[in-house]
Ligand binder design. Structure first.
Ligand code: NAD
Length: 435
């Protein structure tokens, strides 16, 4: 079975590599020549735990190929997966479908034999119908079906999630397409639930899931604000809530607000879909507005915590939108650093994986350190913005020795506050009335 993947980013690359590892013949296509050249030379273009080894293995065995030529990729493919970006439209806040539609138009003339066009990109309800129309207009004799196969992988765990999905959702009403997709997903048949549904339901599942998770994050952040006023401790509260199996422990970490390449754009797209279809989505709209407010407030909170001491070196630990990834898209950390730059020109940043991507945004307005020690040496404050495990393991005794003033602002609640206070740090965190 031959699989073509259009778009070789955070979804396309791990997905293509995963299917090659399962024994399928995979060609990944991308418009970005630089990306494809690197991949063909065995160089990864993004960081994902566990990706490198299987990428190299399948590249060498020729089961995994990369090209900029869509025609070559699509020719003879049984399934063409669309994994191009669907960013937020700058004005309407809807999902910008121009990449999806351009890819559909471009691939249409090259289809050979019966082909399933499977949309992995997150797209609004009804997009499958539009893709179908575009392909039909461009190629009136094409034999194809369009299915929705939303992606639920978590950045940072993309490879694990590919091989161990909680569920696989496939939206199609075509028996012929179902047969092809059953063959493609056969390796998962005994491992997880494969949910078959109509295409519009499948398109909705993805948005409904992401909006729910964003809401859960916002909920715990709101509780954290309450704890700060009432004398409770959000870490204890979250633990108490999370052990209730109806609630669950995940997504109950208070922080500076959600970000990343998915939640902000998907919640906005969902809110716009609500308007389009005449179904009010008040809860989601409130979450979006309050989360935006929170990110701005967090930046102010850092500035306030510095108590005017902005001439000394400030160490920032973490730039990615969350731990485990090099992705800085809509990262709260980046927004906070940008706000801090209005008050300080002496900021030194460190992130184990996201430094290169962050540098494309922050440029030379900050200094870049190669490790925690270099970032924190002679700093008057340390600000933790991303939950990388290594930040939670910082040796506080040594940290205090290398800083000029013992001050930590921990917006991810990574450190043990009692330990930090007993070491003599001024320690600010989230969801606890700071002393
Ligand atoms: P990305 O920006 O990392 O990758 C998209 C790639 O598509 C880019 O490399 C771009 O050059 C390429 N591209 C654009 N137009 C093209 C065309 N016509 N032909 C060939 N290549 C083209 O995006 P991503 O993060 O992988 O997201 C892709 C989709 O998957 C989005 O809809 C996103 O919402 C969804 N999604 C993302 C995640 C995630 O964690 N990143 C998770 C689930 C779903």
């Amino acid at each position: 079975m031959k699989l073509a993947i259009i778009g070789t980013g955070y979804v396309g690359l791990p997905t293509g590599t995963g299917f090659a590892e399962l024994g399928f013949d995979v060609v990944c296509a991308d418009k970005d020549k630089n990306k494809i050249d690197k991949l063909n030379q065995g160089e990864l273009t993004l960081f994902e735990e566990g990706l490198k080894e299987i990428f190299i293995r399948n590249l060498k065995s020729n089961r995994l190929k990369f090209t900029t030529d869509i025609k070559n990729a699509v020719k003879g493919a049984d399934v063409v997966m669309l994994a191009v970006g669907t960013p937020q439209h700058a004005i309407t806040k809807e999902a910008d479908l121009s990449y999806i539609y351009a890819a559909a138009e471009e691939l249409a003339p090259h289809l050979e034999g019966y082909t399933v066009i499977a949309t992995k990109s997150t797209v609004p309800v009804g997009t499958g119908d539009e893709i179908e129309k575009i392909i039909r207009t461009a190629n009136q004799t094409a034999d194809f079906d369009t299915v929705s196969i939303p992606e639920f992988l978590r950045e940072g765990f993309a490879i694990y999630d590919f091989f161990h999905p909680d569920r696989i959702v496939i939206g199609t009403n075509s028996d012929k397409a179902r047969k092809v997709m059953e063959e493609l997903y056969q390796p998962f048949a005994d491992k997880t639930t494969i949910l078959w549904m109509n295409r519009r339901s499948a398109e909705t599942v993805k948005y409904a899931s992401n909006a729910f998770l964003a809401m859960k994050i916002h909920y715990i952040n709101e509780m954290a604000d309450f704890c700060e006023k009432s004398g409770a401790d959000i870490n204890e509260v979250a633990k108490g809530m999370g052990l209730d199996s109806r609630i669950g422990r995940k997504f109950l970490n208070a922080g500076p607000g959600y970000g990343g390449s998915c939640f902000p754009k998907d919640t906005n797209a969902m809110a716009q879909m609500g308007k389009k279809w005449g179904a009010e989505l008040n809860l989601i709209e409130t979450v979006i507005a309050k989360n935006d407010e929170r990110k701005a407030k967090m930046a102010q909170r850092v500035i306030y915590a510095l108590k005017g001491n902005t001439s000394g070196k400030i160490a920032v630990l973490g730039l990615a939108f969350k731990g485990g990834t090099d992705d800085c898209r809509e990262s709260p950390a980046i927004e906070i650093v940008q706000e801090m730059l209005k008050y300080s020109s002496n900021i030194c940043v460190y992130d184990p994986k996201a430094q290169e991507n962050a540098a494309m945004i922050l440029k030379n307005r900050v200094q870049y350190a190669s490790g925690i020690k270099e970032a924190c040496e002679n700093a008057s404050a340390v600000v933790i913005l991303t939950e990388w495990a290594e930040f939670g393991n910082i040796d506080l005794t040594n940290l205090k020795k290398i800083m000029t003033t013992p001050c930590i602002i921990d917006l991810r609640n990574m450190l043990d506050k009692n330990k930090a206070l007993s070491e003599g740090f001024e320690y600010q965190c989230i969801g606890f009335a700071n002393v």
